[in-house]
Write a new protein. Structure first.
Length: 361
């Protein structure tokens, strides 16, 4: 009888040893699988899903290929989403949502032609919301007025500073009947604007309101054709400072040449003229059957100013040599004035000019 009991106990112990002991099943991170644990990558710990959630790792990610283009003048922080997701911008500023990344190829059809939009009236506790610019750079719809937020505390009048690269509740907001105009030109991004009277048409790059019915517009730097509230076929003068002259319609004006401020003698293609502060004075009176390209033939030897030619070399000898690359004023650098042109010489529009070091070149 005792021998039978002993054999029974040995059989039971052998069966227990043959089974897995609790805690013996572990993964590569030593998480006890038969205890319900698994590895959490973001916290680098073992966890039980019914006790502690494992949040996906949040990292800096790119915006989705189909996300809208940011057009607001604010510095937005880098988007933070789970590593396998991308950021989809809500509107055209800093707000976004995270969504699964779409790896399909994105194509952009031609944008529809712009639609004339009436300028909405804006009260002091409202602001204009520009239409959304999609991922292809296309704009649909017209500006709207948002009066849902609390009344604005920083309302400014005509001629005062508005907008700029700062949070919405800190910038100056133009009073009723005014609009914030960014008039520092295309070279300066995110600069504050100036409150001006509403423009019934549209504005050029320097904030000038284009005259209604104008066909040829001079913004003080370049002359452009006017077509459906846009400027097209513009001349290619490079201006790094705001023009001293306001924009004007050229429909009833003869097109005038762009004469550098440091030019002393100007050749108009037939006659030579003396120049004073960029304006023609006395000219020769030769009669010419043909005309050549106009150009400056002699430059001042006085101190250079911002925008003046500091270096020029023409292989064909058509223009005088200028070598004053060390004479540019403080805060500027002698650089190519047209980076889109590649040439062996620096003649005509390829001449080097004294360009501000923070101009974006």
């Amino acid at each position: 009888m005792k021998l039978l009991k002993t054999l029974t106990l040995l059989t039971i112990f052998n069966q227990i040893e043959a089974q897995d002991i609790p805690g013996s099943q572990q993964d590569s991170h030593n998480c006890v699988l038969d205890g319900g644990y698994q590895w959490c990558e973001s916290t680098q710990t073992c966890f039980r899903s019914w006790e502690t959630p494992c949040y996906k790792q949040i990292t800096a990610v790119d915006f989705c290929p189909t996300s809208n283009v940011q057009t607001c003048r604010m510095a937005c922080t880098e988007p933070q989403c789970p590593s396998e997701q991308c950021a989809m911008r809500v509107g055209n500023c800093c707000e976004y949502t995270c969504m699964a990344a779409d790896t399909s190829e994105v194509t952009c059809p031609p944008c529809p032609p712009p639609t004339p939009c009436p300028m909405p009236a804006v009260s002091s506790n409202c602001h204009i919301v520009q239409p959304v610019t999609d991922h292809c750079g296309c704009i649909s719809g017209c500006p709207t007025v948002d009066c849902s937020s609390s009344p604005l505390h920083n309302v400014v009048g005509e001629g005062e500073t508005c907008g700029g690269m700062m949070p919405y509740n800190m910038i100056g907001h133009c009073d009723e009947g005014l609009e914030c105009v960014y008039n520092m030109g295309p070279m300066i991004a995110d600069a504050p604007g100036t409150c001006m009277q509403m423009c019934p048409t549209f504005r050029d790059s320097w904030g000038n309101c284009v005259d209604e019915g104008c066909n040829s517009w001079n913004d003080g730097c370049n002359i452009c054709d006017v077509n459906d509230n846009t400027l097209e076929n513009c001349s290619e003068n490079v201006c790094y400072m705001k023009p001293s002259q306001p924009g004007q319609c050229m429909d009833n004006h003869m097109s005038e040449p762009f004469i550098p401020q440091d030019c002393l003698t100007w050749y108009d293609g037939c006659n030579s003229c003396s120049v004073n502060d960029g304006l023609l004075e006395a000219c020769t009176m030769m009669y010419c059957f043909t005309t050549n390209d106009p150009r400056c033939t002699q430059y001042l030897s006085s101190d250079l100013t911002q925008g003046d030619i500091c270096y020029r070399f023409c292989e064909d000898g058509s223009q005088s040599m200028v070598d004053r690359s060390e004479d540019c004023p403080k805060g500027t650098e002698c650089m190519p004035s047209n980076l889109d042109m590649v040439s062996y010489d620096s003649c005509d529009d390829r001449a080097f000019r004294c360009i501000p070091t923070n101009s974006g070149h």
